[in-house]
Unconditional design. Structure first.
Length: 232
């Protein structure tokens, strides 16, 4: 019975995750969750006391999925700048570009929707972004300790800039579903990260998408493949 209860709770979290991603937290009703899970209200409230409590479980599940994707293969990379480059590529190509969550980046969408509505929930999301920035900062500091970093650079500002770029790409991609957004962001951040290195060393071998001249972004009305997120 205990295993069945865990499975039911996980099912609620997984189904609610996709609902919140596409419809938004506030536009998702308890009835939507009941329809998606096939549970009764009694069955649902036997595992969660409120929709907000479901959201916290959903957030933890989203973080777990994101970590599995973004940090894939990272431990095998001894060079800290190469580690950063690989993390950025994993985030943009394998997380954002792979449409892991139907509505786009769950964390950016939730922060936009919830900010000003629930301080405790938005604080939880901001804490996640800060933790990610601190991790990147520690890797930049490691590069400096190994005498790999150019002089005069500030690890904190570099880390914050990378997180800002990733979130900006996520916002535009969610709105347009134009893959050139994440592809070009990979290319330009690759140049940026490699330029941090003393002597401009190439770092990881070139791979991934390199856009042909003239293959620009299509963010206006002409890009009609937009599916982009309903509500957050």
């Amino acid at each position: 019975m205990k295993n069945k209860g865990i499975q039911t709770r996980q099912n609620i979290s997984n189904k609610s995750l996709q609902l919140f991603s596409v419809k938004g937290y506030y536009n998702t009703s308890i009835n939507d969750i009941l329809d998606a899970t096939g549970l009764t209200k009694g069955g649902l409230y036997g595992h969660f006391r409120s929709k907000e409590e479901i959201w916290y479980a959903v957030y933890e599940r989203a973080v777990e999925i994101w970590r599995q994707i973004v940090f894939q293969g990272i431990r095998d990379i001894p060079d800290p700048l190469d580690r950063i480059e690989k993390t950025v590529e994993n985030h943009l190509r394998d997380y954002l570009g792979a449409d892991v969550f139907k509505g786009g980046c769950f964390f950016v969408n939730m922060l936009v929707e919830i900010s000003g509505q629930s301080e405790t929930m938005s604080r939880e999301i901001r804490r996640g972004f800060v933790s990610f920035s601190k991790l990147l900062r520690s890797w930049v500091e490691e590069a400096r300790e190994k005498d790999q970093l150019k002089e005069g650079l500030k690890p904190r500002e570099i880390a914050n800039f990378l997180v800002i770029c990733l979130n900006g790409a996520a916002t535009l991609y969610s709105a347009s579903r134009d893959p050139d957004i994440w592809k070009q962001t990979i290319t330009q951040l690759r140049f940026y990260i490699r330029d941090l290195r003393k002597g401009g060393s190439p770092g990881l071998s070139d791979k991934g998408p390199v856009l042909a001249p003239g293959n620009g972004l299509h963010l206006g009305r002409q890009s009609r493949q937009t599916k982009g997120p309903i509500a957050p």
